[in-house]
Ligand binder design. Structure first.
Ligand code: NAD
Length: 303
C-alpha cells in the first residue's frame, strides 16, 4: 500500500510542508491537497508536479476532497487563520476551533483511521480539539508542538557557539506560545552540560529570541512557514519510517488531560510515549504555568 499524506489547508504552512516533502527523500508516495480555494490549489498542484523531474523521489500529487482521507496514513491540518502583526496565537482560538469542528468531523465521516498531524494555532488547543472531535485514541493525534521552537533554539545556540545545531541537544517545552520555556537543566552540547558553554545572561537572551521569533518574523514578512514545513516533514518521516524518534511535539499528557509540548517518542502508531524529564523547580513551575494557560483556554472556549 502507498504511503499517503493529505494536507487540509494549503496556504503558507500547508504548501511549505508540501514543498519540503517533495524536496526530501521521504516514504510518501501520494500527496493530496485540500483547501477551500480549489482554483489556487489546482495551480499549486501543477507547480509542484513540474518539480518532479528534479525531485529525489516520485510522488503522485493531486487536488483532492475528503473522501481521500479514507486510506490516508497522515492527515495534516494547517487550515485556518494565522496571526496578524500584534496578535498572539491564542487570539485565533475561536475562529480556528469552529473551522476544526467542521474539518475533523468531515475527515472522520469519510472513514479516516490514520494519524492526525496538527499545525494550526493555537497549536495545543487545536490538537486537543482534534482528539475531542475525532474520538480517536490519543496516541493517533500529534501536534507540531514546540518542535519549531526547539529547532529555533538549536539553531540559535549553535550559531552563538559556532557548533552544528545537530549537536545541540536542548528542548523548548510547554505551550507552543507565550508561556513556553527552555529546559536548560537538561541542555547539552554534545555530551557536555550547556553550563560549560553559556552564561546565564546568554541563555536568557537566547530564550527571549526563541519566544519572540514568530513575532519578529511576522513583523517583517507577515507569516512564518518554512521552519514549520521542515518540522512537519521531520514528524512525517518519524511516523512513516516507524522511527521511534524523540521530537518535542504536542502529545497527550495523561496527568493533566491536555496536549502540550514535550519530548515524545514517535513511530508508526503516532505517539509511543511521552518522556517526562526531570526538571528543576523553576522549570517545573513554568511547565505548570503553561499547562494552566492551555487548560484555561480550553475551559473558556465558545461552543
Ligand atoms: P494561510 O492563510 O496562508 O493558509 C490557511 C489556509 O487554510 C488557506 O489556504 C485557507 O483557504 C485554508 N482554509 C481555511 N479554512 C479552511 C477549511 N475549512 N477547509 C480547508 N481549508 C481551509 O495561513 P498559514 O500562514 O498557512 O497558517 C496556517 C496556520 O498555521 C495558522 O493557524 C498559523 O498560525 C499556523 N502556524 C503554525 C505554526 C506552528 O509552529 N505550528 C507555525 C506557523 C504558522
Amino acid at each position: 500500500m502507498n504511503n499517503k499524506v493529505v494536507i487540509i489547508g494549503c496556504g503558507n504552512v500547508g504548501m511549505s510542508y508540501a514543498y519540503a516533502l517533495l524536496n526530501q527523500r521521504t516514504n510518501v508516495q501520494e500527496l493530496v491537497l485540500i483547501d477551500l480555494d480549489t482554483k489556487r490549489i489546482e495551480g499549486e498542484v501543477m507547480d509542484l508536479n513540474h518539480c518532479l523531474a528534479f525531485a529525489p523521489s516520485r510522488i503522485n500529487i493531486t487536488v483532492g476532497n475528503y473522501s481521500d482521507c479514507k486510506d490516508a496514513n497522515i492527515v495534516c491540518i494547517a487550515a485556518g487563520a494565522n496571526q496578524n502583526p500584534g496578535e498572539t496565537r491564542m487570539d485565533l482560538i475561536n475562529k480556528n476551533s469552529k473551522i476544526f469542528k467542521k474539518i475533523v468531523t468531515e475527515v472522520m465521516n469519510n472513514g479516516f483511521d490514520g494519524i492526525f498531524l496538527i499545525a494550526t494555532n493555537p497549536l495545543d488547543i487545536m490538537t486537543y480539539l482534534t482528539w475531542k472531535y475525532s474520538k480517536m485514541p490519543h496516541y493517533k493525534i500529534i501536534g507540531s508542538g514546540t518542535s519549531l521552537d526547539t529547532a529555533r533554539l538549536r539553531y540559535m545556540i549553535g550559531n552563538e557557539l559556532d557548533i552544528n545545531p545537530k549537536n545541540i541537544h536542548a528542548y523548548v517545552m510547554g505551550e507552543h506560545g507565550d508561556s513556553e520555556f527552555v529546559a536548560w537543566s537538561n541542555a547539552r552540547v554534545g555530551l557536555q552540560s550547556i553550563n560549560e558553554y553559556l552564561k546565564k545572561e546568554d541563555m536568557d537572551k537566547i530564550c527571549l529570541n526563541v519566544k519572540n521569533a514568530a513575532y519578529d518574523i511576522i513583523n517583517r514578512k507577515g507569516a512564518t512557514y518554512y521552519g514549520i514545513g521542515m518540522c512537519l516533514v521531520r514528524i512525517t518521516n518519524a511516523i512513516l519510517g516507524d522511527e521511534n524518534t524523540i521530537i518535542t511535539v504536542s502529545s497527550y499528557d495523561k496527568t493533566n488531560d491536555i496536549f502540550v509540548g514535550g519530548p515524545s517518542i514517535i513511530n508508526k502508531h503516532g505517539l509511543r510515549e511521552r518522556i517526562y524529564l526531570k526538571l528543576n523547580e523553576e522549570e517545573e513551575n513554568m511547565m505548570m504555568n503553561s499547562i494552566d494557560v492551555i487548560k484555561k483556554a480550553i475551559n473558556e472556549l465558545e461552543d
